[in-house]
Design a protein around this ligand. Structure first.
Ligand code: EPS
Length: 390
């Protein structure tokens, strides 16, 4: 893999951190834009008390000089403000007697039980702290860095929320130009003005019942050139890689590319996107008159907008706890209750944008890879000229 990332950090540990390796030298980074992405992830109706405590920002420590990547590994950290109250609890080298009571009543749906059994922890906190969606802050920052490269090549990414609980918004295709101002103005990142307040009301109702809600979001990428990904081997297919990236976001349980599930119910004549050709001075370009495929055929980007959707299950920490079994006594109890969010679908949509940006940048670097931005640009320009004059 040409471009890779590693992250570390616990939800209430001192900080989150990441190392990125494989970006070319000369990518201009804007700390303001990267931190703006982190702020977007923190917004969204339905978040709990934690987001009022954190004010996420990336502190770069390596691989960037005067706002440009050097080509060396990039290192950054994001401080957990909440750690202040968790110093004794989360001490790397401290006295375990200073920690609060052990967490022994696992929450159904969270990492508590499977993590405790797998790693042989007696205190489920040793599992849940790393499994927590807090780590998505790191992935958003990595995605924001990838976006800095993509924007140099006019690739733009946006997301919208399509459902929360049983409230459905219109899913008619939208360009980013139409979608972006609407979703950024909506507390639930919904571009349908009628559905947005109904989604907020559904979250209020769930919170009142001490319950949680999931939903579906869509990520759209425009400006992706034909030819990213490959059918040549299973693990190079762009659709498979996007599905893996999206599914790896905490609580995501289903992914579709384009009209994925709906296409399965229709005949081929209503699914496949007819091919057309637009002539230009230097040749022309092929395009499709519809985009049910979501911009990918045979594991390769078609040049049409990339459209992917992901379904998030409701958050597993429930104030009205479900039955569980105590890890020590093996007696039936109600699950432990931690402070939590009642709905994090809008935040997950922003994380979805970031992982799509990262996966596209990996495929982009595999096709056009170079050690400097000028080298990458030559590769891109040469390829685009070849496609235009085909
Ligand atoms: C999370 C539980 C909550 C969320 C957290 C993910 O944290 P806390 O237990 O501190 O209230 O707020 O998400 C974040 C901290 C974040 O930055 O998104 C969980 O258990 O997964």
């Amino acid at each position: 893999m040409i471009l890779r990332m590693l992250t570390a950090g616990e939800s209430h540990g001192a900080e989150l951190m990441a190392i990125i390796e494989g970006l070319p030298a000369g990518v201009e980074l804007s700390l303001e834009r990267i931190n703006a992405e982190l702020a977007r992830r923190q917004r969204g109706y339905g978040r709990g008390g934690r987001m009022a405590i954190e004010k996420d920002s990336a502190q770069f420590v390596a691989g960037v000089r005067f706002g440009k990547t050097t080509g060396g590994p990039i290192g950054f950290r994001i401080i957990n403000r909440d750690h202040e109250k968790w110093r004794d609890e989360m001490a790397c080298f401290g006295d375990p007697n200073l920690a609060r009571k052990q967490l022994t009543r696992p929450r159904p749906g969270h990492s508590d039980l499977v993590g405790a059994l797998k790693y042989n922890h007696r205190d489920a906190r040793d599992a849940l702290e790393r499994a927590s969606a807090r780590n998505t802050a790191t992935r958003v920052a990595c995605g924001a860095i990838a976006r800095e490269l993509l924007r140099e090549f006019s690739i733009d990414i946006c997301s919208r929320v399509l459902t929360i609980g049983d409230v459905h918004a219109s899913a008619a295709p939208q360009t980013i130009a139409v979608m972006r101002p609407r979703v950024e103005a909506s507390p639930v990142r919904c571009s349908d003005e009628n559905a947005s307040p109904r989604m907020c009301a559904a979250i209020d109702a769930a919170r009142k019942l001490r319950d949680s809600l999931g939903g579906v979001f869509e990520v759209v990428a425009e400006g992706v050139m034909v030819g990213l990904g490959s059918y040549s081997e299973w693990d190079r297919r762009l659709d498979g890689r996007l599905a893996q990236a999206l599914m790896s976001i905490q609580a995501i349980k289903a992914v579709e590319i384009g009209d994925g599930f709906n296409n399965a119910f229709l005949p081929g004549s209503k699914v496949h996107d007819p091919i057309a050709y637009q002539r230009s001075e230097k040749g022309g370009h092929f395009y499709r008159t519809s985009n049910h495929a979501g911009g990918i055929e045979a594991g390769i980007s078609t040049g049409e907008p990339l459209v992917v959707r992901a379904a998030m299950k409701p958050i597993p920490t429930l104030a009205a706890a479900l039955p569980s079994v105590d890890l020590e006594s093996k007696e039936t109890f109600l699950a432990d209750v931690e402070r939590t969010d009642s709905c994090a679908v809008p935040a997950a949509a922003v994380v979805g944008e970031a992982v799509v940006a990262w996966t596209l940048t990996q495929a982009f670097m595999e096709k056009f890879g170079g050690d400097s931005m000028s080298e990458v640009r030559r590769h891109v320009d040469g390829y685009l000229a070849q496609v235009e004059s085909y």
